[in-house]
Design a protein around this ligand. Structure first.
Ligand code: PMP
Length: 368
């Protein structure tokens, strides 16, 4: 799931994890390592004044949304059709809606993704389409008085989202005074400043997960000091709070810190170079074999789709799912290459070398 950017069993991660286990694991108070990780995140990611830790991406989006509601006093959120933010009620809406129930492309219906949600959940969500700035502006303008936030999953390595579209979402949310949350849980895969550096935007809040725990369960959220201060209970009561038994778990913090420290500019150049090599190699292979297929790649996260229709939004993505990806998945597994089931959101890791990429391209050719 893209978390182990250093691969399996990295010596530096093992070393700090073992040391942290000896020093203390779940002490219910800051132990130092979480502060170091917080400082590193705030140094690397431009929009972060302050950051708080939790145990998963799900918790990060839950708390960021709660903060936006508390800050604005508004009840609803806007999310994108096909966007994924974890498994709490308000974000499990229109994650993978059946197209025939999803309504107009430029004004999607709000549809529960799983049974068991609060009956109120879909009604609390305004669903926005990817790749359509005009519709986004119209819907936000229409609902702005009740919107606590717009949360954007940029679908890194899954859907080709135009940087201009992400920039437009930032400009529209700013214009209408609705806080923007950028979900960077599949983050730190392009560069050390996060996806926001890649897109050239400053969100109000950002959520993190996966790599931030170096392979252990962790999440984080942070951003504007005037918003984050509502969760600061060291002074007068703010009326809001956030905590958790295992939040900022020392082992996850140590692993996350060691992982991010390995991700130097050279490391990113190596990984992004492998990503480009793979995209070029597969694109050439599909052309040579006359197969209608494409690669969506961002940094070192990629998806393979057996369709030549550009995958630029959820409706396009929903149409390319299915055969023959299962057969290719198993054929690759038999050749020693473990991709994600469905061939979406695969991740390269730092120990890989150009030979590994050549081998994968060759194996995809044999699998076809
Ligand atoms: N947001 C995004 C964009 C994700 O990809 C994920 C996990 N795949 C989450 C949120 C949820 O994170 P977690 O699984 O740690 O709860």
């Amino acid at each position: 799931h893209t978390a182990q950017i250093l691969g399996h069993n990295h010596p530096k991660v093992i070393e700090v994890v073992q040391r942290q286990i000896q020093r203390g694991v779940a002490l219910g108070a800051p132990v130092g390592v979480e502060t170091e990780l917080a400082e590193l995140l705030c140094q690397r990611v431009a929009s972060l004044d302050k950051v708080r830790f939790c145990n998963s991406g799900t918790e990060a989006t839950l708390h960021a949304i709660r903060l936006a509601r508390g800050f604005t006093g508004r009840p609803k959120i806007a999310k994108f059709e096909g966007g994924y933010h974890g498994s709490h009620d308000v974000v499990e809406v229109s994650v993978a809606p059946p197209i025939d129930e999803a309504g107009p492309e430029d004004a999607p219906h709000s549809i529960a993704t799983t049974g068991g949600l609060s009956v109120n959940a879909p009604g609390e969500v305004v669903v926005l389409p990817y790749d359509n700035e005009q519709a986004v502006e119209r819907l936000i303008e229409q609902h702005r008085a009740e919107l606590a936030c717009v949360i954007l999953d940029p679908k890194a390595g899954i859907v080709s989202i135009r940087p201009q579209f992400v920039q437009a979402v930032r400009a529209i949310t700013k214009k209408h005074d609705v806080p923007m949350i950028l979900d960077e849980i599949v983050g730190f895969r392009v560069g050390s400043g996060g996806l926001q550096e890649h897109y050239g935007i400053q969100p109000d809040l950002t959520t993190f997960g996966k790599i931030v725990g170096g392979g252990f369960p962790a999440g984080a959220f942070g951003g504007r000091a005037d918003m984050m201060n509502l969760f600061d209970n060291s002074g007068p009561p703010t009326g809001m709070s956030q905590s958790g038994t295992f939040s900022a778990h020392a082992v996850a913090m140590a692993a996350g810190l060691a992982t991010l420290e390995q991700m130097t500019p050279q490391a990113y150049a190596h990984l992004n170079g492998l990503g480009k090599q793979l995209r070029d190699g597969l694109t050439e292979l599909f052309a040579k074999e006359g197969v209608a297929a494409q690669v969506v790649m961002l940094g070192s996260v990629f998806s393979i789709y057996f369709s030549d229709m550009p995958v630029t939004n959820y409706r396009a993505l929903a149409q390319v799912k299915g055969d023959p990806d299962n057969r290719v998945f198993f054929a690759l597994l038999a050749r020693g290459y473990y991709l994600a089931h469905g061939l979406g959101m695969n991740a390269l890791s730092l120990p890989m070398q150009p030979d590994d990429i050549d081998g994968l391209v060759e194996a995809v050719g044999q699998s076809l």
